[in-house]
Every structure is written in C-alpha cells, then in structure tokens.
Design a protein around this ligand. Structure first.
Ligand code: TYD
Ligand code: MG
Length: 449
C-alpha cells in the first residue's frame, strides 16, 4: 500500500502537496499539518449501496420522534431534543466542562440505555466524576477505549439509545495509519461514526477539543460531516457556561443554553438575568444595564467599563465578552459625535459573568458605561437600555423589542431606553423612552448632575 504525504490546513481544510507557512485559502499562519494518506481503496468509508431514487412528493416527512434529553437547556439548543441517528459535535476548550455535561446528561436519562465511551479517562476516573454529579444512571454503560472499531462493536452489541464518544481526538481507527489525533484520523473516525449512526439510527454525541484560537482541531472537516455543532463556552474563572448551536440541521442556530458549573456538576440556569445583575450597583460609575437577546431569550446584562489615564504612550483598549473592534468603533463615535476625548485614556470593558455577547443591541449600554466611568457619574439604577449605535451616532432599531421591554419590567426596572420610532406594544409598569441619537440618551441619563 503506497502512502502519500499531503499537508492540510487545520483551520480550513485546504490541502497542498508541500508544507506552507501561510494558508493561501484562509490566510492563517502556521496551520498546515502533515497528513499521511493511504491508497484510496482502503481509505474512506464504504459507499452505501442501498440508495434509491424516489419522487420528492413520495418522501414521508413524518419526523422521527426526538429524544428528550431531560435537560431543558440542551433540548432547546438541539431544537427540541436529539434526533435519532444524528451526529452531534460538542466542542469547547479543555476544562470547560464538556465531559461533565455529556456524562451528566446520560446520567439523568434514567432508564434509557446509553453508552459513554472515553478515550481520555479510565473507568475509575469516570466513576469518580459521576459520584460528584446527581443522577440516576440505571442503564448507563461506560467503557474506556481508544479504538473506534471496538467502540462501535460495543455499541452494536449493547444497542444503546445514545452514544457519547469523548473525545474524537483520542480515538483512532485501524483502517488508516495516521496517528491518533491527526486530521486524517479525526476525519476518518467521524465519517465512520456517521455511517454507523445512520445505519443503526443511533445518535452520537462526539466531544471535540478546540484550540485556544477557537478552532476545532480538524474543524471544517468535522463541521460538514456532523449534523449539529454545539459549542460549549465560558470563562474558566466564572461559573457560567453557554451552550451555543453553531450549526444545526434540525433546528435554529440562534438558541443558547446557560449552565452554571457547581461542585456537583452543571446546573441549568433558567433565569439568567437575575443572576447576571449584581444587586449592589447603587452609586457605582461605569456600570450600565443592557437588554440583550441571545437566541430568542432576552437577557439583562451588566456592562462594566473603566477608563483611566494612560500610563504609557499608547492607551490600552481591552474588552472581555464584547468585540473589541466594535468597542473601538463606539469610542470613535463617542469622540466624534459627542466630542468626548478618550485619546489619552485606557478603556477596559467587561461583560459581567464572563458571558460573550453578540447582540449589537448592547452598543448603547457599552457607550454609556464608558461615558459614566470617565465622567465618574453613576447611572440611575432603575434604568436599562437597548439599541444598536450607528456611525453617525444614531440609535438603530433592534429585534424582539417587546420581549426586551417585558423582561426589563419583569426584573423591576422602571425605565427603558429604546430606539426612536420602533413600534412596540404598550406596557404598563415601565416607562418607555424613545431615543434617536446617542447625544439624546446621554442628556437624559446624565442630566441630574
Ligand atoms: P471537564 O468536564 O473535565 O472539562 P472538559 O471535558 O471540557 O475538558 O470539566 C472540567 C472542570 O469542571 C474541572 O476543572 C472541574 C470542574 N468540575 C466542577 O466544578 N464540578 C463538577 O461536578 C465536575 C464534575 C467538574
Ligand atoms: Mg473531557
């Protein structure tokens, strides 16, 4: 069998016959890794031969019954439960809690027969972990195994309703010679698992580690093989963990699930807003409250800013949980449209709780928090805001305004700033203030002093 060596970009999957420093396709540096590929015949998964052509009209659309994961947050992110025969990739940085989440979910499934195959931990270690977590694992089977063939054999014999493989980077197939964890192994194993999953209608959750830069090892190759990509993220120093669907053939990708890492496993967070707001904000400058929407859920988010005179020539701009380019844009708006000079100031921005927020509707709160810190004037604590900020300093409309308003009211805010002209239902118990421009918002919020 003739082995050939090719080089593959671990970030985008582009291949080249020689080693390259920079990927010509995605432009990333230092991502090329060596791949040994064996002759075509033995490589790759057997083609399935049972396909038949049929009329689109004749295809039954009756959806398979989804499996209830007994975890509302996970069910939601999956789009209403796990689809039989589907392949789910659970990605995240090492130590974020992927193994804990996977094991805990299986443990809570009670009578359902499940298999947890780990290439990372011994059965003893898995047992020790399980003892920390609450659950009733009547029919949870575990195996410490790194051979894919063996894992699939066990699955065939046991006929579990769900299989977890932890992690894809630690198992390998005998079919190819590449080392475990290499791109070819990861891809080949995933392809074989996919075939097994479809043939037996068994759903698989495969855990995958991502690198610090945020890419899954062998990322794109896996992303297009699997049906669903779930990303488990959070800050190691905070207890909150967010589960996001990055790709989902069976549901929306805008949903998120929020968990809290505790001594005894992960706890679902059903009322995130209450947890994210610190109770004692009175009199503190640099703090504003944004009403964001993640997925379809409104969230009240505490934005914290700190500005101080730059100690060195170039002022620092640092942001946690918020896009730093967007922060720079907002600072430019602040300077140009409000005439507020931040040139000689360091600006630090933080989204409380270690969350990462993508919703542009928190722009206004970010801008106001920076202003509040640099003027050292605290904002009224009963007021929250939502609105995207444009380059001209205009406040742009946001989606799901009614949900945002009612969430703010539910959490006891008496005033909310929203983009001017945005249609909304009248709500009792909260004053809705429409603002068209940043200057207007600033005047309103800082007028008492
Ligand atoms: P783990 O699931 O091993 O992470 P991953 O599989 O993503 O690498 O979880 C790692 C962290 O979670 C570890 O630092 C310990 C912590 N942890 C808890 O705080 N509570 C628990 O009940 C468990 C099982 C883990
Ligand atoms: Mg793990």
């Amino acid at each position: 069998m003739k082995a050939t060596v090719t080089y593959t970009c671990s970030s985008c999957g582009a291949t080249s016959p020689q080693m390259l420093g920079r990927c010509p396709v995605c432009g990333e540096w230092g991502t090329f890794v060596e791949e040994v590929s064996v002759a075509e015949k033995s490589k790759g998964v057997r083609q399935r031969s049972d396909s038949k052509v049929q009329k689109l009209q004749d295809v039954s659309v009756q959806e398979d019954q989804r499996l209830d994961m007994h975890c509302a947050e996970l069910n939601r992110v999956l789009g209403g439960g796990l689809v039989p025969g589907s392949l789910v990739l659970l990605g995240g940085e090492p130590g974020i809690g992927k193994s804990t989440l996977a094991l805990q979910v299986l443990m809570q499934l009670g009578a359902t027969t499940t298999l947890y195959a780990s290439g990372e931990e011994s059965v003893k270690q898995i047992k020790l972990r399980s003892e920390r977590i609450a659950g009733n694992p009547e029919n949870l089977y575990i195996v410490a195994e790194t051979s894919l063939e063996k894992i699939l054999e066990h699955a065939k014999a046991l006929k579990p309703e769900i299989v977890v493989v932890d992690s894809i980077q630690t198992i390998g197939t005998e079919a190819i010679e590449a080392t475990i964890g290499s791109l070819s192994q990861v891809r080949e194993c995933a392809a074989r698992i996919l075939q097994f999953a479809k043939e037996t209608n068994t759903p698989f959750i495969i855990v995958g580690h991502i690198t610090k830069e945020g890419s899954l090892a062998g990322p794109k190759v896996l992303e297009h093989i699997v049906d669903t990509v779930l990303q488990f993220e959070g800050d190691q120093h905070y207890m909150y963990r967010v589960l996001r669907a990055q790709k989902n053939r069976f549901g929306s990708t805008s949903e998120i699930g929020i968990f809290e890492m505790q001594q005894d496993g992960l706890r679902e967070v059903t009322n995130p807003s209450e947890l994210l707001l610190s109770s004692n904000r009175e009199g503190l400058s640099g703090i504003s409250i944004a009403v964001a929407v993640e997925g379809v859920r409104p969230l009240l988010i505490e934005v914290q800013a700190l500005t101080s005179s730059a100690a060195y020539g170039t002022p620092q701009r640092s942001s946690t949980g918020f896009d730093s380019r967007r922060l720079n844009m907002l600072l430019a708006v602040l300077e140009k449209r409000i005439g507020f000079k931040l040139l000689q100031k360091d600006v630090f921005l933080n989204i409380a709780g270690g969350l990462r927020v993508n919703d542009p509707a928190i722009d206004l709160a970010v801008l106001v928090a920076v202003l509040s810190s640099s003027m050292d004037i605290a904002l009224p604590t009963d007021c929250c805001m939502t609105g995207e900020v444009g380059l001209a300093g205009e406040i742009r409309p946001v989606n799901r305004i009614d949900q945002r308003i009612s969430e703010a009211r539910k959490l006891g805010f008496s005033r909310i700033l929203i983009p001017a002209g945005q249609k909304h239902q009248p709500v009792k118990g909260i004053q809705i203030v429409e603002v068209a421009r940043v200057t207007e918002a600033v005047r309103l919020l800082f007028k008492q002093s």
